[in-house]
Design a protein around this ligand. Structure first.
Ligand code: NAD
Length: 443
């Protein structure tokens, strides 16, 4: 099938490459010229396991193409995906300017019937706005061309995006139109062989499904973080509690890890956007508001542990930081806890020596060169002459480090572990002051 994808980001690029890998003929359109030129040279703008060979293979066999030529893109695809960003507006609501700009572009250049599929995460009612935008432009052009707008929210996880798209848990499609349903079935048939993963529903429900899923996951995290704060104050160990509750099949072990707060491009903005949507319709979302509040506070935790240990004397200290990305297996630092920590440390006059397996370039891009940030090539060199170690991201290479080396290198034997990677008892035996999440301090 001929498919066009607007927006070559984490979602658009992965979905485009995966669709091309099964034989669909895909054109990707982006406004970012440098990104398009780099992709043509084989330079992939993001780190995502398995993505590079997939893009190389599909680009070489001609099924995946990249362009800034929107007219060419619109002409190409019978199905037009919108996969551009929907960043938070100043008031927390999802900013639809990129989505509506694509809708206008499609309407400007379309000359044959199109199925327009919204893959970006957008508030309920956006499909109607996209429909209105296209209708108005067509009216201005004096054209009557058949089109349908459907919702097909994306559920991929960064760090496992390729496998999530190859083997999706579900494919949600919001449409009432039979032609759209059969086209989407045909498009996704290669990924829908083992059992039927397609869930059809009305457009508004599909739009809300995406927010409900992310808000549910964010709720689980904030719930566990709240429990960890209680555990700390009550002399309990949240990791024991986690095992205890996870064993209940109604609760389960998945996604109940306490930590230093959720980040990424989705949970924070999607929780905020649904709060905003709720407020707009006069509903006060107490639970969602609490999820957000707990998370904002949790992200301060690493700094407050360091501040406690150094009794407010952080000026002039050097802090070794392991992990910059908001989670492992990605270079994405959007809303990462590491950013909150680094900014607080800089504010207090401390320096950061950081290492991350994939996010160093991204960190450099965000913060540029500054005297109080040193990005180093290994986790060991981050320890050089540092005063304390903080673990922000649970990359596997941080899970079993050489604690003797850490003890030798650090000026103060203190570890702040934002992901509960280490055993407090072992830390005690090794002579560290250890701050985990919800486990008390093993000084
Ligand atoms: P991204 O920021 O990585 O990429 C968006 C791309 O869209 C950029 O390359 C940008 O240049 C391009 N763009 C902007 N305006 C354009 C236009 N008019 N025409 C063509 N291209 C344009 O974003 P992302 O992380 O891929 O997210 C895209 C959407 O998918 C968002 O709504 C997000 O909430 C949702 N989503 C993201 C994830 C994730 O894990 N990143 C998962 C599920 C859903």
């Amino acid at each position: 099938m001929k498919v066009t994808v607007f927006g070559i980001g984490y979602v658009g690029l992965v979905q485009a490459a995966v669709l091309a890998s099964v034989g669909h003929d895909v054109v990707c359109v982006d406004v970012d010229e440098a990104k398009v030129e780099n992709l043509k040279k084989g330079l992939i703008p993001i780190y995502e396991p398995g993505l590079t060979p997939l893009v190389e293979e599909t680009y070489q066999n001609g099924l995946l193409n990249f362009t800034t030529d929107a007219e060419m893109g619109v002409t190409h695809g019978d199905i037009q995906f919108i996969a551009v960003g929907t960043p938070p507006d100043e008031d927390g609501s999802a900013d639809l300017k990129y989505v509506l700009a694509v809708a206008e572009t499609i309407a400007t250049y379309m000359n044959t019937p199109k199925i327009i599929v919204d893959k970006s995460t957008v508030p309920v009612g956006t499909a109607d706005k996209v429909t209105n935008k296209i209708s108005n432009v067509l009216l201005d052009r004096g054209e009557t061309i058949d089109f349908n707008v459907a919702s097909n929210p994306e559920f991929l996880k960064e760090g496992a995006a390729v496998s999530d798209c190859m083997k999706p848990d579900r494919i949600v499609v919001g449409t009432d139109n039979e032609h759209v349903k059969s086209s989407m079935r045909e498009l996704y048939a290669p990924f829908n062989r083992n059992h039927d993963r397609m869930i059809f529903m009305d457009v508004r429900s599909a739009e809300l499904t995406k927010y409900a899923a992310n808000c549910m996951l964010a709720t689980k995290i904030s719930f566990m973080n709240e429990m960890s704060n209680l555990a700390e104050r009550l002399g309990a160990d949240i990791e024991a509690v986690r095992h205890g509750i996870g064993s209940d099949s109604r609760i389960g072990y998945q996604f109940i890890y306490p930590g230093c707060g959720y980040g990424g491009s989705c949970f924070p903005k999607d929780v905020q956007a649904l709060i905003r949507t709720s407020n707009e319709i006069g509903y006060s979302p107490s639970l969602l508001t609490a999820v957000e509040t707990v998370n904002v506070a949790q992200k301060q935790k690493l700094y407050s542990n360091l501040n406690d240990y150094f009794k407010g004397e952080l000026a002039g200290k050097t802090i070794a930081l392991w992990g910059l990305s908001f989670k492992p297996q990605t270079d994405d630092m959007r809303e990462a806890s590491s950013i909150v920590l680094m900014k607080a440390l800089w504010e207090a006059g401390a320096k950061v020596q950081a290492y991350d397996p994939e996010a160093m370039e991204e960190c450099q891009r965000i913060f540029g060169s500054r005297d109080d940030l040193l990005l180093v090539g290994t986790k060991e060199s981050a320890l050089n002459n540092a005063d304390a170690l903080v673990v922000c991201t649970e990359w596997s290479q941080f899970r079993a480090p050489d604690f003797n080396l850490i003890a030798d290198q650090l000026n103060h034997k203190v570890i702040v572990d934002g992901r509960n990677l280490y055993d407090p008892q072992l830390m005690l035996e090794k002579g560290f002051s250890y701050y985990g999440i919800g486990r008390g301090e093993s000084v």
